[in-house]
Design a protein around this ligand. Structure first.
Ligand code: BES
Ligand code: MN
Ligand code: ZN
Length: 502
């Protein structure tokens, strides 16, 4: 489904003919502290109060409008607290409230506080409608049809705002793609199917992809990926994505995403209940691929490279045994003492390979540990890294996008918990305490010297367990917007400030 999004300075009259769209739902922004100002003619405060509408952010109230139109009041909270993200959320709530209507118009830019950039808000409106109207219906025999065909943003018709709306649509589409990939079952989104999808998207969206099949993965000595794949009848794939900006690049950023298309745990088999949702263990890879699909629209001033190891983690007869030792791309040997700690094994190869390209920074996204969810809950990603300034840049990008992340430490002292009797490292520690940190400490071993690196453990926020205005139960597309903003605002971090390993 696609939604046409345009910018117009005046709302077409109800029933107007000609080129104007027959708008059938108008969303009107309402500040909680100025409720009366926004009520359309004929709608009185008592009616709205009876609906318990107070103008809280994300709250909506549908009232009859002139000419058979529906008017949806969109709560924005108090005027002096409104932020760009408030508008994204309001637009998403609008799409939810008006999902039975066809042509939507949104009227908020006219009452925008001076401190907010109209273009940034217009982009957020486009994103919000794309996100709020998302549903995963690919496998429903009789899906409830989606009615929304267009959104008209009312505002000055300047080129700047128009371009922002196009960016918003592209970003919204990218997030929806990441959600689709997470929601698609593991038996259907195999590594080969993921790779084929990436090739199709590369052609459509203007980036390059190189697909390594099993033989190429063997040649490239990606021993972590091969070790995790051994128990599966599905072949692994490794994707190398690449995009270059139009102008003079400010540097190169490598994006790494965990792509476990289904995580059974392998021989260290998960209990059945813990396997539910493990089709989404490729959410990191999905976020990176989705980010690439928006690069041409967003035009960040950097070269972007993507590294996606793809396999499922299955307990077949040839599976990696507990105690087996794998040799990672960079030569490091790893004793596998729990085959369910597979993400770090495939990421080790990917981080080592990414490091060989000497990028100015690496970011990885991974649904890596249940421990991160114990620490931070279902909605907040854990953020770790080897460079305080770069970690702060990732935090700031996430914060600006309203994607919650929280810093966690990588204690040098934990490294010794990974000492193995027989290999260079083991893939798990001796107890479960600090499991998210220990996974991060493991990954750090595979980041090249002097390369600024940040790690986002998205085990919690990659999937939602409840509907909200901008997300539905299932895949959220978490990380796509953070990455796009990080790339757009990127300046190469000081390599000398990479924390040395002691
Ligand atoms: N994919 C899981 C982590 C996960 C758990 C993601 C729940 C989303 C929701 C990962 O591969 C895993 O199994 N991690 C183990 C690590 C342990 C064996 C050290 C875990 O968290 O239990
Ligand atoms: Mn696992
Ligand atoms: Zn996993």
């Amino acid at each position: 489904m696609s939604i046409a999004i345009e910018l117009t300075s005046t709302l077409p009259e109800p029933g107007a003919g000609g080129a104007a769209r027959p708008v059938d739902a108008v969303g009107v922004g309402v500040f909680a502290d100025r409720l009366d100002d926004a009520l359309p003619d004929g709608v009185d405060r008592a009616f709205v109060e009876a609906q318990e509408f107070e103008g809280r952010p994300g709250q909506t109230c549908t009232v009859p409008g002139a000419g058979g139109r529906v008017v949806v009041l969109l709560g924005l909270g108090p005027e002096d607290e409104v932020e760009v993200r408030t508008y994204r959320r309001a637009a998403a709530a609008f799409a939810r409230a008006a999902h039975k209507q066809t042509h939507l118009a949104i009227d908020v830019l006219g009452s925008l506080p001076d401190r907010l950039d109209p273009a940034a808000v217009a982009q957020a409106l486009a994103e919000g409608v794309m996100l709020g109207s998302y549903r995963y219906t690919a496998l429903k025999s009789d899906p409830e049809p989606s009615h929304i065909e267009s959104l008209t943003v009312l505002g000055e018709g300047d080129a700047h705002t128009l371009a922002a709306i196009d960016r918003g649509r592209a970003v919204g589409e990218a997030v929806r793609l990441a959600r689709d990939l997470v929601n698609q079952p593991g038996g259907s989104l195999t590594p080969a199917a993921f790779a084929a999808r990436a090739q199709e998207l590369a052609r459509l969206k203007g980036f390059d992809v190189e697909v390594l099949d099993r033989a190429a993965i063997e040649r490239e000595k990606l021993g972590g990926l091969l070790g995790v794949n051994r128990g599966s009848t599905e072949e692994p794939r490794f994707l190398l994505l690449s995009w270059d900006p139009g102008g003079e690049p400010r540097g190169t950023v490598a994006l790494v995403g965990k792509g476990i298309t289904f995580d059974s745990g392998g021989l260290s088999l998960k209990p059945s209940d813990s396997m539910v949702g493990m089709k989404g263990d490729m959410a990191g890879a999905a976020a990176v691929l989705a980010t690439f699909t928006a690069l041409d629209a967003v035009q960040p001033p950097v070269r972007v490279r993507g590294y996606l190891p793809l396999t499922d983690n299955m307990p077949g007869g040839n599976a990696t045994r507990v105690g087996d030792v794998l040799r990672i791309r960079n030569g490091t040997t790893v004793e596998v003492l729990n085959t369910d700690a597979e993400g770090r094994l495939v990421l080790a190869d990917a981080l080592a390979l990414a490091s060989e390209g000497e990028p100015d920074a690496i970011v990885d996204l991974a649904t890596l540990t249940g421990a991160c969810m114990v620490a931070l809950g279902r909605k907040i990603a854990g953020l770790m890294g080897n460079h305080d300034g770069f970690v702060e840049a990732v935090r700031a990008a996430a914060d600006a996008e309203g994607e919650p992340v929280w810093p966690l430490p990588l204690p040098d002292e934990m490294r010794k918990a990974l000492d193995s009797e027989v290999a260079d490292l083991k893939n798990v520690g001796n107890d479960r305490y600090g499991g998210a940190l220990l996974a991060g400490v493991f990954l750090r071993e595979f980041v090249g010297d002097g390369i600024p690196w940040a790690h986002l453990d998205i085990a919690g926020p990659a999937e939602a367990t409840e509907d909200e205005p901008e997300t539905r139960k299932g895949g959220t597309g978490f990380g796509v917007r953070t990455l796009l903003r990080l790339l757009s605002t990127f300046t190469p971090p000081d390599r000398a400030a990479v924390a040395s390993r002691r």
